[in-house]
Write a protein that binds this ligand. Structure first.
Ligand code: ZN
Length: 480
């Protein structure tokens, strides 16, 4: 008897519990992938497995549904594995310990992997059924979603006929996701030269910021410590003579940096002017970001007087000018969806090396041409100082389709079942649907899922009643 055996819908929770017995962290999906292939064989289904362990399973339409359009169901096989410090588990070999708490399923001491095990469970339950009416079903289960959409990037879907795709990787029942941003990593380099200079070394730190995800939280008005320190140095340089020795902040391009440090040289006779300018600028910063980042502050620590290899005044002037000219943050809002950011960039990392200033950006847009335009603009700005850039990790956006027939059908079913309208949303971050939209021309796609809380954490839990409602909803949509 399993822990979930008594829950409804029985077939969905049966497969969900099976999945939780099979370890399936990102990069280690072969066991669950093989399990799906065996399932397909046992059920006489056509199935494909590629080198990356992505799985595609196909089941023909049931009687009376042969003429209906194929439906693609899509989710990912891998899960984020997190555990509490005192819980013992080997994520490569041990099953999860499932528990029920009221309306929720959770795993003792670990993430549950409802994200996205529930998609696999829904898919298998549908494929196993002899009684559920449906059109031709194509179930696509990818690997490495949580670590950069790896499986979806490499997968060959040429055997799939469907252009109506329901992605099952959302976690808010009643919210239909209908678009996402594409993105790229842009690494920028500004050449600088250094010369020996004398002065009082001071470490200046912008700290106490909240930071956040460079996509979903870019519109919260929060300060970026890299950019803020650059602008602060520019202000100080206008009031007194300073030179730059080091500059470092942030550790990944897709997070808004929370702390940045620079070492500067000031002349002892300019100390007073320096502190006066800093004090004044601190007030300006507090006024600008006191709401979004209440803990924000700039602190200075005096270090030894001496001779240091600092950036030449010409190089320093280029860096300061760069900080003023290069945009950062939200660049455009969506014309179709209220409050959705369309295009943005985030200077996530900044590091002054011996002969170059290096900066890493996450660039995003739900409109691929706007992303290209922004990258071109960055290149143009850089050229002023003979800077260079490298663009990598490009993934396409999934542009909101104002005339989605699938979404219309799903909205109609939702209203009929629940007597209210679903919320239609798009997000300013990457999801797999963007990659499939690029691979499958004319793809009509909506992403849904049952209620889950705190995914990717040990507090992850999934609502039992919501799993049931989403299942019933899905069956109704398949009947259309
Ligand atoms: Zn997911």
């Amino acid at each position: 008897m399993g822990v979930l055996s008594h829950l409804e819908p029985k077939e969905v929770f049966h497969y969900f519990e099976e999945i939780c017995q099979i370890p399936h962290p990102s990069y280690k999906e072969e066991k669950i992938s093989d399990y799906c292939m065996k399932f397909a064989k046992d059920h006489g289904l056509t199935a494909y497995q590629d080198e990356q362990k992505n799985v595609i399973m196909i089941k023909e339409a049931t009687k009376g549904y042969e003429d209906k359009e194929t439906v693609v169901l899509q989710g990912h096989l891998d899960m984020v594995c997190q555990k509490t410090p005192d819980y013992e588990i080997d994520f490569l070999n041990d099953p999860l310990e499932l528990e029920i708490d009221g309306d929720y399923v959770q795993a003792k001491g670990t993430t549950l992997g409802g994200d996205d095990g529930i998609a696999v469970a829904y898919g298998l339950a549908l494929l196993a059924s002899n009684t559920i009416p449906h059109p031709r079903l194509e179930v696509i289960l990818t690997t490495g979603e949580e670590v950069g959409l790896i499986g979806a990037t490499g997968i060959d879907v040429s055997m799939c006929k469907g252009r109506r795709m329901i992605n099952l990787d959302s976690e808010d029942e009643g919210v239909f996701l209908a678009g996402c941003a594409g993105g790229a990593s842009v690494a920028v380099s500004l050449p600088v030269q250094r010369a020996e200079m004398e002065g009082q070394l001071c470490e200046i730190t912008v700290t106490g910021l909240i930071g956040g995800h460079s996509g979903t939280e870019i519109n919260k008005g929060r300060a970026n410590s890299n950019v803020l320190l650059g602008i602060t140095l520019d202000h100080l340089a206008q009031q007194c003579g300073i030179s730059l020795v080091s500059f470092a902040g942030g550790d990944k391009d897709n997070a808004i940096p929370r702390e940045t440090k620079a070492e500067i040289l000031i002349q002892p006779d300019e100390k007073q002017a320096f502190y006066a300018a800093l004090e004044e600028y601190n007030q300006t910063i507090k006024a600008a970001f006191g709401q979004s980042d209440p803990g924000i502050k700039v602190i200075v620590e005096e270090k030894a007087e001496g001779t240091y290899k600092a950036v030449t005044q010409e190089g320093f002037a280029s860096i300061l000018q760069y900080f003023k000219e290069m945009p950062n943050g939200v660049q455009a809002m969506s014309k179709d969806i209220e409050d959705l950011v369309e295009t943005s960039l985030n200077m996530g990392t900044a590091l002054l090396k011996d002969e170059e200033m290096c900066m890493g950006y996450a660039v995003r847009s739900s409109v691929d041409t706007e992303k290209e335009k922004l990258i071109a603009k960055m290149r143009e700005i850089l050229q002023k100082w003979n800077g260079t850039m490298k663009v990598s990790g490009q993934y396409p956006g999934w542009q909101y389709n104002p005339d989605s027939k699938l979404r219309e059908d799903m909205i109609e079913v939702f209203e009929r079942l629940y007597g209210r309208k679903p919320v239609v949303e798009a997000i300013h971050a990457g999801v797999e649907c963007g990659l499939f939209a690029e691979k499958m021309e004319g793809l009509d796609c909506v992403s849904i899922g049952p209620d889950m809380d705190d995914i990717h954490t040990t507090e992850e839990r999934m609502s039992i009643s919501s799993v049931k409602r989403v299942w019933e909803f899905l069956l109704e949509v398949l009947k259309k």
